[in-house]
Design a protein around this ligand. Structure first.
Ligand code: TRP
Length: 371
């Protein structure tokens, strides 16, 4: 470091993980139109959820390789757009980041969820009912527990908990998902899901939801636009043509032959066995040279759905001072989400890049240079 002016601007390697992500969250709260009081509450909540990791210097490498983000920052933001209203800001965090073992990581995560439940007075009963399935003595797989907070105006967030179906081994994950759904009363839900290559997450809504969901994520390697169009089992919401178009417009290809696309079906009622929600997640960072390209596609998609792209553009400068074309992955995923009774949403998942920026994709760069 030479002390050039650029060294003082926010970027990887500056300050602590807590200070860095807090400053990002504060700027994003402004983009989402949250009040100063709500912003302070949520910034404080993030720091608390990070625990001792918040104090860790970014000059040190990340203590572990969290699967939450590409550069192993245990925080990711998202902006969820609906037509005609301000986007909802969410933050995803791994409280057990920095723990020595996966088991300890999970224990810390559960403690943080329960502390939030006491603070905001919600029940963790649904989590308690399935806890043993996701927290065995020697958990395996890429995560133990993540928490997502939807930062509502008023200072009380909606809470989602992400669990790892492969905790007892990847081979057992389908069984684990089936058991969890059954215990939660969704006896026929598993049978309603489309064919997939495994389930990376099961998520539970906790806290202030009108209709709390259980969400089952599925991996679809080699997914084509046509196949994607046929994956929703909701019987409502965007039709095959709209889903296909979303894949093509965001990935700029017909086939997701690199990082797989994910779907998520959500279940709310237990009568019909049918899911009430469907989301298609496109890992756009693997299908673009740089974030300039991804942003252009996102802006088109948002406009096409009658949504104002301005907050997304502002959000990138809230995260970093680097130019979008100087890296890839600031926008990690773009998703098209449908929940029965609501208009479709488009969600952009935004990376912190506290530890590192992925350079523009080499393959595409060589192709562009004609090499
Ligand atoms: N980083 C992981 C992945 O890329 C998990 C993840 C983080 C994720 N945010 C996400 C998956 C949003 C889907 C959508 O798969």
């Amino acid at each position: 470091m030479t002390g050039l002016p650029s060294d003082t601007s926010p970027g990887p390697g500056c300050g602590t993980l807590g200070a860095f992500t807090r400053a990002q969250l504060v700027r994003l709260c402004d983009v989402a139109g949250l009040s100063a009081a709500d912003t302070e509450t949520y910034a404080h909540t993030l720091i608390e959820a990070l625990g001792p990791a918040a104090e860790r210097s970014l000059a040190l490498p990340p203590p572990g390789r969290t699967f939450l983000s590409d550069d192993h920052t245990p925080v990711e933001y998202s902006l969820s757009f609906s037509p005609g209203r301000a986007p909802a800001l969410r933050v995803l965090v791994e409280p057990g980041f920095g723990a020595d073992t996966r088991a300890e990581n999970g224990r810390i995560g559960l403690d943080v969820v329960r502390a939030m439940a006491r603070r905001w007075d919600f029940s963790t009963e649904r989590l308690d009912e399935i806890e043993d399935l996701f927290f065995p003595a020697k958990p395996k797989g890429p995560l133990a527990l993540w928490i997502a907070l939807e930062l509502l105006p008023g200072g009380v967030p909606k809470v989602k908990v992400y669990l790892n179906p492969a905790a007892s081994g990847a081979k057992r994950s389908a069984k684990t998902v089936r058991k969890a759904l059954r215990r939660l009363g969704h006896t026929r839900a598993y049978g309603a899901l489309p064919k997939a290559d495994g389930h990376p997450f099961l998520a539970l809504d906790l806290g202030r939801w009108e209709t709390p969901r259980v969400k089952v994520y599925a991996r679809h390697p080699g997914l084509s636009a046509t196949e994607a169009g046929g994956l929703s089992r909701t019987g409502s919401g965007p039709g095959p043509a709209e889903i296909q178009e979303f894949l093509r417009a965001t990935a700029a290809t017909d086939d997701l032959d690199r990082r797989p696309g994910l779907t998520c079906h959500s279940f709310t009622e237990t009568e019909t066995g049918r899911p009430s929600g469907f989301t298609l997640h496109i890992p756009v960072r693997d299908y673009a040279r740089d974030d300039r390209e991804v942003l252009d596609r996102a802006v088109d998609v948002l406009r096409g759905h009658g949504m104002d792209p301005a907050p997304l553009i502002r959000s990138l400068s809230a995260l970093t001072t680097r130019r979008p074309k100087d890296g890839v992955g600031l926008i990690a995923y773009l998703a098209l989400a449908h929940q029965q009774g609501h208009p479709p949403r488009v969600t952009a998942y935004l990376s912190s890049e506290a530890y590192a920026v992925t350079p523009p994709t080499k393959l595409a760069r060589r192709a562009a240079a004609g090499v």
